[in-house]
Design a protein around this ligand. Sequence first.
Ligand code: ZN
Length: 478
Amino acid sequence: MAVLEHLEPKKVFSYFEEIAAIPHGSGNIQAISDYLADFAAARGLECHRDAMNNIIIIKEATPGYEGAAPVILQGHMDMVCDLAPDCTKDMETEGLDLACTEEYVYAKGTTLGGDDGIAVAMTLAILDSNDLAHPRLEVVLTVDEEIGMLGALGLDASPLTAKRLISLDSETEDTIFVSCAGGNMSHLTMPLTREPYEGAPLVLAVGGLLGGHSGVDIHLGRGNAIQLLGRVLGAAAKVTDLRVVTVKGGARDNAIPSEAQAVVLVQVPEAVVALCGRMDAVLKAELATPDPDVTVTAQAGETGLALDRASTEKVLFLLACAPNGVQVMSSDIPDLVQTSLNLGTLVCEGDRLDVGFCLRSSVDTQTQMLVERLELLATQLGGALEVSGEYPGWPFRPDSPLRELMAQVYVEQFGKEPKIKAIHAGAECGVFSGKIPGLDCLCISPDMTGLHTYHEKLYIASTQRIWNLVIETLKRMK
Ligand SMILES: [Zn+2]
């Protein structure tokens, strides 16, 4: 019951339908990895499967292309599983129910996995072809991209010889992506000391903010609840003697925090309540455009063992001086944030303060610059910095023969220039750029909407156009 049988390009949609029948959510990739290995074996193609279950399939150059430099085609085999509230499918064990309109393909009640099944389907269609012309192909299909690019980070890249890579993991046909950010999670920790202190307990809170993605939304000027709370605490400490009991804010290092609150003990609570009223008006005015619903509140709380004066001052100092937000804009790509960090989480409880930052830059040496800045701050406060989850950035390459070639084919086929863009977030191209020195790399894909949700759609005519673009680009790689 092939639902997509009538769609073009035929082979692409036929493989897409085969993949959709195999459950392949992130973390559940054994079956799809087996399927890909079997695909290669059935066609006598060289196949490498590493310990992560990543798959590399090699297809030698077609006649006339023996002297051409090889090329990597790349995508990820896992998908995000999301279900409509009324959908009862078990995505761990059941395939998708594909359907289509004139315009697009979707899955009934679930994500479609066009992200990134379309890359798998296109690469298999190319590997299976005998009428396409191309240099030596090195097809890399990774696992678990959607849960932290685990496959790409752990990939055994030793079978790869190519120095150019076309990634098919994006969502718009009008844009060729040419750069992404790398980064890490940095946690600043600091010891705290406490002592009994007599004062009126108040809960000070900043909330109502939009929050957002710590990379792609970092330039929008939205309020950071933790940083704003730091400002409120600093102002409060000027109108009365104040000790911090606890501070807590943010849910994840990689999300802009939308709420934060502190319990404090103060001598003149009325002065702090009045101050919070004024700060509420000040911040509403400052953030009127990007984050108009910000609130600052103060209410009576429960008392607790407070930080001593020195620890209170250190916490206020850190909140006032910690770097946050956009640090460097790109000089090559208009409006691109090159380097940023997000003060995403803060927990000040017991005898320890823990502040989590998400660092991002397309230029790895600038990520390092931020790490060193945070280390200095930590050292000054008697604390330490712990860095984890590092992944490399993908810097813009002013000189890119691959980009020039694809852009030229694009202009011929689409009758207009493609947009050339960078993204201020992680992508597998960054990981590959880190693993393969001198890699010339780009990323494009057919139009898709609603990625990672059960509204996901893959557009049929766009799939045909991107297919034509990719196969013609390969053909010109002589
Ligand atoms: Zn993807």
